[in-house]
Design a protein around this ligand. Structure first.
Ligand code: SAM
Length: 231
C-alpha cells in the first residue's frame, strides 16, 4: 500500500489496541484519517485541526453521517468537529483528548511554530497518547529525484538522531515516555537507512489528575469552528 495509507493504518492499529474515546488529528488536511477513524466504534469524539480551512472542506462531506449510522442509534454517539487554526495556539476545545495525532505535520511548521508546538500539544492539550510522524531524511538517498526535501513546503527534514533527540527532550520536559518506529521498509540490503517515515509514540507517564476543562466562552477561542457533526 502507498505510504500515506501505511501511516493511517498505523494510527488505526493504535486505536484498535488502546481504544481511545476522544481523538484529535492536528494538520488533518482533507480529513482522510478522520474519515477512516470514524469507523472505529470505540471513538465518541473526533476533532480535526488545520491552518487551511479550504483543504479541510474539500472532502468534508465524507464525514457526514450515512443512513446506516441512524439505523441503530443505540450503538454509540459520535461527534466530529473541524477547527481552523494553528498548532502554535492553545484553544480549550482541544482539552480532554485521549489520543492526539500529528501525521506529517511538524516538517511543515515555521521555526516559531515548531518552538511553540510542544507546549501546546504536550503541556496544554496533554492527552494520554501522542503520535508524531515525519520523513526520515536518511531514506532520501533512496528516493529518485529528491535533492533537498521530499516536498517544497517542507521547512526541514530530520534524520533519526535529530527527531529522536527532539522527541526525547520533549517527552522528558512534559512527563511522557516515547518509543520510535516507522512505516515504509527500506529495500533489502539498505536496512541501515531506517524507515521512510519515522514515528514517535508518546505515552503520558502519570494518569490524568484533573478533569478536562471545557471552554464555554467563545472569546477565549483561538480556533474557528468549521463544522460540527453529531450522530
Ligand atoms: N495529516 C495529513 C496526512 O497525513 O495526510 C496531512 C499532512 S499535510 C502534509 C500537512 C498539513 O498541515 C497541511 O494540511 C497544512 O495545512 C497543515 N498545517 C501547516 N501548518 C499548520 C499549523 N501551524 N497548524 C495546523 N496545521 C498546519
Amino acid at each position: 500500500p502507498p505510504l500515506y495509507k501505511q501511516r493511517y493504518e498505523f494510527v488505526k492499529d493504535l486505536v484498535r489496541k488502546y481504544k481511545p474515546k476522544r481523538v484529535a488529528d492536528l494538520g488533518c488536511a482533507d480529513c482522510t484519517l478522520l474519515w477512516m477513524l470514524k469507523f472505529c466504534s470505540c471513538i465518541e469524539v473526533l476533532a480535526g485541526l488545520d491552518i487551511c480551512a479550504t483543504v479541510m472542506k474539500e472532502k468534508m462531506h465524507r464525514l457526514t453521517p450515512l443512513p446506516a449510522d441512524y439505523l441503530d442509534p443505540s450503538e454509540r454517539s459520535l461527534t466530529v468537529t473541524l477547527h481552523q487554526g494553528s498548532v502554535a495556539h492553545k484553544d480549550s476545545c482541544m482539552l480532554g483528548f485521549d489520543l492526539v495525532t500529528c501525521i506529517e505535520l511538524i516538517e511543515h511548521l515555521q521555526e516559531a511554530e515548531v518552538e511553540k508546538f510542544p507546549e501546546v500539544v504536550f503541556g496544554f492539550m496533554a492527552p494520554s497518547m501522542v503520535v508524531i510522524s515525519t520523513p526520515n531524511a536518511e531514506f532520501n538517498t533512496l528516493l529518485p529525484g529528491v535533492t533537498i526535501f521530499r516536498h517544497p513546503d517542507h521547512k526541514f527534514e530530520w534524520d533519526r538522531a535529530q527527531f529522536q533527540s527532539w522527541a526525547q527532550d520533549t517527552a522528558k520536559r512534559y512527563d511522557y515516555s516515547v518509543e520510535f518506529t516507522g512505516v515504509g521498509n527500506p529495500p533489502a540490503g539498505m536496512e541501515d537507512v531506517g524507515f521512510c517515515t519515522q514515528i514517535g509514540v508518546f505515552v503520558k507517564k502519570y494518569p490524568q489528575t484533573r478533569e478536562p476543562v471545557k471552554c464555554e466562552k467563545p472569546n477565549e477561542a483561538a480556533y474557528k469552528t468549521v463544522s460540527t457533526l453529531s450522530f
